[in-house]
Design a protein. Structure first.
Ligand code: HPA
Length: 259
């Protein structure tokens, strides 16, 4: 990775970035917490080290614990950097999403295969000139396939073994938030080909790719996207879908480790 400051060699731990509804990993027997200092500032919280299902795992709460950092203010660069420093070899991002297309209703789990980025103004690359970071050249990573296919297949196989229904495709539209979308925005996202919408899928996936870390998204639909049901979106509805769907998410995580 020319141009990136030297770091410890790539580790081999599975790292989980927990999103809304997953600020703690139940069943993780915690061995310690790393407060990692990064050239990009502070991550959302400590990298928690532990054993999950008998295997070493790293866990980071994307929004902090308790949940307090909104999607557009998450320091994605610091989070990814900290996970790599802590020894992550591959990353599973757990993301709450809104469902657009018919298969993606509330409490449904999906493993997206593509994404479209609509976010703006976020620190979205490591390849940037900064006083504390010498950049040797301009780098454009290939991002044709934003998610690692073998990690995706491992998640789907884990879901099948635990008899958790998981949709094996999905175009993830990453929106800026923190507000939800208008009905017209969702209609446009659907015309663009998006199946799901979330606020945290990018730049996380691209930053993982810049670091050469295989990354996949485990998405839990927590509501029909705006205009896709006959009612407005309420926090009660979202919480209900989280409660219903997180059991399946946890089962997949238990089963997929070691990925
Ligand atoms: N839109 C964007 N992000 C989301 C949604 C949504 O409807 N639900 C959960 N995250």
């Amino acid at each position: 990775m020319s141009g990136l400051p030297a770091s410890r060699a790539r580790g081999n731990h599975v790292a989980i970035i927990g999103g809304t509804g997953l600020t703690e990993l139940e069943g993780l027997s915690v061995h310690g917490e790393d407060q990692v200092d990064t050239p990009w500032g502070a991550p959302s919280g400590p990298v928690v080290r532990g054993d999950f299902n008998g295997q070493p795992v790293l866990f980071l709460a994307r929004h902090g614990h308790p949940h307090r950092i909104p999607p557009h203010q998450v320091n994605y660069r610091a989070n990814l950097w900290a996970l790599r420093e802590a020894g992550a070899g591959r990353i599973i991002g757990v993301n709450a999403v809104g469902g657009i297309t018919p298969a993606m209703g509330p409490a449904r789990i999906a493993i997206p295969h593509q994404l479209i980025d609509y976010t703006w103004g976020r620190g979205s690359t490591f390849f940037e000139q900064r006083d504390n970071i010498p950049l040797e050249g301009v780098t454009h990573i290939d991002f044709t396939h934003p998610y690692d296919d073998s990690l995706r297949q491992a998640l789907l196989a884990a879901a099948a073994r635990r008899q958790v229904m998981a949709v094996d495709y999905g175009v993830y539209g990453a929106t800026q938030g923190p507000r939800l979308e208008t009905a017209a925005e969702v209609a446009r996202l659907e015309r663009d080909g998006c199946d799901l919408i979330g606020m945290t899928g990018m730049p996380e996936a691209a930053l993982a790719a810049e670091l050469g870390l295989p990354y996949a998204c485990l998405a839990l639909s927590v509501n029909w996207a705006a205009g896709k049901s006959d009612h407005i979106i309420t926090m009660e509805e979202i919480q209900q879908a989280i409660d219903e769907g997180m059991t399946g998410v946890r089962a997949i995580l238990e089963e997929v480790i070691p990925a």
